[in-house]
Design a binder for this molecule. Sequence first.
Ligand SMILES: [Zn+2]
Length: 216
Amino acid sequence: MIYIQKSDGAELQPLLDAAKNKDDANVYRAGPVYEKIKTDFHSKCYLCEDNEVTSIQIEHFEPHQNDLPKKYAWNNLFYSCGHCNNIKGANFWPLLNCTDAADQVWESIEIHFTPFPKTTVDILLSPSCPKKQEGENTRQLLEKALAGKGTTAMKTDEAAILRQKMLRVYNDLSLAIEKLDMDSIRKAISDNSAFAGMLRWYLKNDFPDLFQQVMP
Ligand SMILES: [Zn+2]
């Protein structure tokens, strides 16, 4: 999970307000609202950071529970995948907000990926997390989404598929590190790359000098 600099949506909120009066959710499933969310989130699920999402969902960061102002608030609309959104539902609240720099989402939630003998992911809450309850809820949500712990058999299988995708970018970054290919290293951990949060932690923990060089 990384910080997402979301637009202020000033030109889009009027469209959302008009749709709110008819409770027409299509306003954010297509057209300018959808396109702006997709661009802002780099076409990545904000939770798992997969960028090859086959079940794209515009999800409500704070569960709206049929509260229409929450359902049609620009600030509450996030780009996610069906896997993560389904796990999240209304079960995890409050959470760290990846669009709020003050929440320090990347620094707060360490994603520790182990490639072998089988792929595993440990999600750790940093002692520096500025919001403990939000941080712990976020940690538990990501543990279900990425490690597949304590969830259904199907979700566990979906989490394993995500970890296979994570393994590919992990291996790509490992190769770039071996070759000291700085451009590729920078690209792998850039905001719009898949699983950038996990890769940044890998670099920070295992290659701290390189991390210092490439992180802005
Ligand atoms: Zn996801």
